[in-house]
Write a protein that binds this ligand. Structure first.
Ligand code: GLY
Ligand code: MN
Ligand code: MN
Length: 466
């Protein structure tokens, strides 16, 4: 299946990103430049084998260039963008092909002028900049010696993080598209599992199919290594071995946490579905608790809500839902308030409920978007310590996991053992783990869910019957 409706022209309007970034840099001294070097090709140890290349996110944000070896210079005084491709010697063209002409580059990228690498030094000297904004991660080797003291590698980071945190309409289209296609890829895996019910299925086949559906629709890279976690692996948060046989058995689930990226704009989606096409009672019970917790957050999330305040609000939404339901089904024993206060639920839930998504899976906005571990005030301006805003893109991803290490850690501690009903836990253990993760846009009065994979039990089962 292909979806040939690419939402945007090939020439991405990255100049809009620059203009937004500039607002966050002000006040700007006269004769100010931005200089960034994009990512360069790295090689496997002691060989000439190239490693897979993915552009550095900030460079992509300002240039739209996915290829290696470029530079960008932007004059903040005259708002002109200079793109500099890597010099490719004639002999190198035998291996790498003929580079684009300047006209082709200007057609392809949102820049005003093309310079050569050999012109960079002279250009900077002629400009006589009072400041050269760059990032501490960007190679400054091309900046002339005598202008090194004009480098400011601090302010740009804060401004670019600020700028990237909310998305422009065209960026939203990119992320929506990436998430829609990733959603179709998730559905394809449900279908693959159900059509192969009587045969052996390997986790790596599911990974290959996911990547195939993405690539077929222009998502040529993954936003992160897909997590194809079947059976007990579903309790391992970032399991990426993806090399086991998908198990049978009545409770067996597959947790797929995978999202493609479209021209560097990503998505982050998790679905958990039954290998057999039908949830066992135990699997369904756990699944519905997680879904209830996710819905509680989705109903509440909107602009103006302080993420920090949502710690406590979501704390009660997610954690209260989990604690209440785990007591109801008899896994946890005790008073809800006490269980919440002590944090006993952490035996089954040991990550935050969401994070910002954009050019990176865990995008700018700081660790504190993971919401439970950091009730204290944010320490730096890079931490998201402010109200959620329209046009932020975040995930909502509660889960319940039956990880032996975690359960043993809590249940073998004599201070906590009495909160755990091991007989019941053993009844549910082979469910492995459930996470449900959507990538959503914060809108004026709530959210738009970019994730279009079914998540109600009956809808997943119906899809798997097709
Ligand atoms: N895919 C990694 C995460 O959900 O945060
Ligand atoms: Mn996530
Ligand atoms: Mn994820």
């Amino acid at each position: 299946m292909t979806f040939n409706v690419f939402p945007l022209p090939a020439r991405l309007p990255t100049r809009l990103n620059y203009l937004k970034l500039k607002e966050h840099l002000s006040p700007i001294p006269t004769n100010a430049l931005i200089y960034l070097r994009g990512g360069t090709i790295k090689r496997r140890d002691d060989t000439d084998v190239e490693l897979d290349f993915r552009q550095e996110s900030n460079f992509f944000y300002l240039s739209g260039v996915e290829k290696a070896g470029f530079h960008i210079i932007i004059s903040l005084t005259i708002d002109r963008i200079f793109l500099i491709p890597p010099t490719v010697l004639p002999v190198e063209q035998l291996w790498k092909g003929t580079p684009c002409t300047n006209t082709e580059l200007l057609d392809k990228y949102d820049a005003d002028f093309i310079l050569t690498e050999e012109q960079i030094e002279e250009f900077i000297i002629d400009t006589k900049p009072n400041v050269i904004y760059t990032l501490d991660t960007s190679d400054a080797g091309y900046i002339p010696e005598r202008y090194r003291d004009k480098i400011d590698a601090i302010r740009l980071r804060a401004a670019i993080n600020e700028s990237r945190l909310t998305k422009l309409p065209w960026e939203i289209s990119m992320i929506r598209y990436a998430t829609h296609i990733s959603s179709h890829a998730h559905m394809a895996l449900m279908s693959l599992c159900s059509s192969r019910r009587k045969e052996i299925v390997y986790e790596q086949e599911l990974e290959a199919k996911f990547r195939w559906v993405c690539s077929r629709n222009g998502l040529n890279r993954q936003c992160y290594i897909p997590i194809i976690a079947s059976g007990p692996r579903a309790s391992v948060l970032h399991y990426t071995d993806n090399d086991k046989i998908v198990p049978g058995g009545p409770h067996a689930l597959v947790l797929v946490d995978a999202g493609g990226e479209y021209k560097c704009y990503g998505s982050d989606v998790t679905r958990t579905f039954p290998v057999s096409g039908v949830f066992s009672n135990e699997a369904k019970t756990i699944y519905n608790i997680v879904l209830k917790a996710q819905n509680a957050v989705l109903e509440r999330i909107k602009p103006g809500v302080y993420w920090r305040d949502m710690h406590s609000e979501i704390y009660s939404l997610v954690v209260r839902t989990l604690c209440h339901e785990l007591v109801q089904i008899g896994l946890l024993v005790g008073k809800e308030e006490e269980l919440i206060k002590i944090g006993v639920y952490r035996a089954f839930y040991f990550h935050g409920t969401g994070h910002s998504v954009g050019l990176d899976c865990h995008d700018v906005g700081g660790q504190r978007l993971g919401i439970f571990e950091h009730p204290e005030p944010a320490e730096s301006e890079l931490d998201l310590n402010r109200a959620l805003e329209e046009n932020m893109v975040v995930t909502v991803e509660p889960g319940i996991y039956f990880h032996n290490v975690s359960i043993d850690m809590w249940a073998n501690n004599r201070n906590y053992a009495h909160y755990f009903n091991m007989k019941k836990i053993n009844q549910y253990r082979s469910v492995g783990g459930v996470r449900i993760e959507d990538t959503i846009l914060i809108t004026a009065d709530g959210h738009e869910n970019f994730t279009i994979v079914p998540k109600e039990v009956q809808d997943i089962e119906a899809l798997m019957k097709l």
